[in-house]
Ligand binder design. Structure first.
Ligand SMILES: Nc1ncnc2c1ncn2[C@@H]1O[C@H](COP(=O)(O)OP(=O)(O)O)[C@@H](O)[C@H]1O
Ligand SMILES: N[C@@H](CCC(=O)OP(=O)(O)O)C(=O)O
Length: 376
């Protein structure tokens, strides 16, 4: 890939995510040298007129250090407590370092519901735009202290990709303790080679990614690939690179050969479909037969009741459902026009019989193709 193509100097809006292993030492104490280096680079981008968002991990890690715990806590209440303490530690340091460069920051703590609820999704977007207008760098983390399993992202890689989509960023930089995606986890395989460009996340690429190698990190390379996939379908260029490099963000923007770059896919999903695929909460399952699976996957058709064989869960009209093919695998997600109770009654029926069975007919389709996203 030539440098000209890699050059992102004209990009205006970017999201930079930094992992726990880069923000804190294995002791759980903040890595001041690295945080300061990051802050200096972001402040400089800000001075160039760029709109930058920082997604920072490290609340649980630095909370662990501050509380003097020997290892990252395991129980949820302990993790929540560590995050409550650590988030304050982090913000104090960011405030101090950004303040030294004359840059104002604003803390934004998000949960999955801020993305799955369409109204909250739009509210979060408005808040971030207002921060941009005030010339503030938003510093985002998951709200770990209140986020329990059902409303948790669990990893900031996904969170940062969703944030990049939310604000229509052009570039997402995932800074880690490793300089990119390797052919294997370099901690385990010293012969592993760095992959410089990825155009599509194939199952083969996915199989290269292992879990975290550090005491403080959570998702490892697997969650970074998930994030990259979301970003690619949102039209965002994604780069995984090493946080410890002094000048890494400038190098990336200048098109120098650093890290692994994931190129946006040609078929960028429109906003609503992106929300259906990645943000909305899946409320139930609709099972379909071979013919319906083919119609959806190969012919771009809507889902009609005749191809539905079953339904699982309790959902209403307008909810997101997962559509499951005859082999038990998810083939698509979409917004349903009928509730689970209604689908149970009309499954397998012809469209013309819907009114007779239900006593009314609002729509011909169960999921219209405009509200349908094939599994990516
Ligand atoms: N194929 C791979 N290429 C590079 N790193 C990998 C790979 N598979 C697993 N890893 C591990 O992923 C780690 C980075 O993820 P993680 O620890 O979650 O970092 P962060 O805290 O920055 O999110 C690396 O230190 C490495 O041990
Ligand atoms: N929100 C958590 C971090 C979760 C996470 O994704 O961590 P990491 O894999 O280090 O980016 C925290 O602040 O501790």
């Amino acid at each position: 890939m030539d440098t000209e193509k890699r050059c992102f100097k004209d990009f205006k809006r970017m999201v930079v995510k930094v992992g726990s292993s880069s923000v804190a030492h294995p002791t759980g104490k903040p890595n001041l040298f690295q945080i300061e280096n990051l802050v200096r680079q972001l402040a400089d981008l800000h001075n160039q007129g760029k709109e930058v968002i920082l997604v920072t991990s490290g609340a649980v890690g630095t909370g662990t250090g501050k509380l003097g715990l020997a290892a990252r806590p395991r129980t949820i209440p302990e993790k929540q407590a560590a995050a409550a303490v650590g988030q304050g530690v982090l913000m104090h340091i960011y405030e101090k370092f950004f303040g030294e460069y004359g840059v104002t920051v604003g803390q934004v703590l998000l949960t999955r519901q801020d993305f799955s609820d369409r109204r909250r999704f739009l509210n979060a977007r408005n808040a971030l735009h207002a921060l941009f207008q005030f010339g503030v760098i938003p510093v985002i983390n998951e709200n770990d202290t209140i986020a329990v399993d059902e409303i948790k992202f669990g990893d900031n890689d996904s969170l940062s990709a969703l944030v990049a989509g939310l604000v229509d960023a052009e570039l997402l930089i995932l800074l880690s303790d490793i300089d990119g995606l390797y052919t294997a986890d370099p901690r385990k395989d010293p012969g592993a080679r760095l992959i410089q460009d990825v155009k599509e996340i194939t199952p083969e690429i996915e199989s290269l990614a292992g879990g975290t190698g550090s005491k403080l990190g959570t998702g490892g390379m697997a969650t970074k690939l998930q994030a990259a996939r979301m970003a690619m379908h949102s039209g965002v260029v994604t780069v995984i690179a090493r946080a410890g490099e002094k000048d890494v963000i400038r190098q990336i923007i200048a098109g120098e050969q650093v890290g692994t770059i994931f190129w946006p896919s040609a078929n960028k999903l429109e906003n609503k479909k992106r929300w259906i695929a990645y943000s909305s909460a899946v409320c139930g399952k609709v099972f379909v037969d071979e013919g319906a699976a083919r119609a959806l996957l190969k012919q771009g058709k809507s889902l009609l009741p005749s191809g539905v064989t079953g339904v699982e869960g309790n959902f209403d009209m307008g909810n997101t459902v997962s559509i499951i093919g005859p082999d038990g695998r998810e083939i698509a997600r979409g917004l349903t026009y009928y509730s689970s109770v209604e689908i149970e009654r009309i499954k397998g029926a012809q469209t013309r019989d819907i009114a007779r069975i239900l006593g009314y007919k609002d729509y011909d389709e169960i999921v219209h193709r405009n509200n349908l996203v094939l599994s990516l």
